[in-house]
Design a protein around this ligand. Sequence first.
Ligand SMILES: O=C(O)CCC(=O)C(=O)O
Length: 215
Amino acid sequence: MNQQGLWEDEEEYPHLEVTILENFFPPEEADPLFNLLKDKVPWEQETLKMFGKETPIPRLTAWFGDPEKTYTYSGILNQPHDWTLIPELDAMREKLNQACSTNFNSVLLNLYRDGNDSVDWHADDERELGPEPVIASVSLGESRKFDFRSKHDSNRKKTYELFSGDVVIMTGLTQQHWQHRVPKTAERIRTSTGPRINLTFRTILSTDDPIFDIA
Ligand SMILES: O=C(O)CCC(=O)C(=O)O
């Protein structure tokens, strides 16, 4: 497993605390996980209200977590599925808990069916994640680009290519100062971009957690 850290480059990318664990899930784990999750996860097509019209978001999603850990993402209130529905997901969580020395209590899954699917610029800066969340983002299946853009200077950008089995760990003030996205791959449509699954493991704070008031 190779590891790249971006956060050492504080001058060029201030507060971008990102570590990439390449091949964290080697192919013999990543390939069966991709197939299992594609088949077993109850994928949903969420919609967003845009200009008064319900518009499908360009990917399928699912939310798993501890009971009561509801989460609002892009205006969508998510009720979690139980970990017991897919024990392999719980095993992934355990492996990431150990690598990150944390206790993830929820995961948002995205299925990008092809190069037309994407997630637009955003930060995982919702109040329920606290001011300095640790987020572990797993890629399975097709490789895709992953862009960062400074919230203060949109010309300051950094792009990674994420491959199946890679894990991106975002920590510290990253979400407060940077946005990220997975762009469409329009130029690759003719060579057909295959499906990709992304899982972002997060820790949703309880409202009685003192840190909740700081965010
Ligand atoms: O697909 C990815 O790599 C990123 C997904 C993401 O940013 C999110 O779900 O918040």
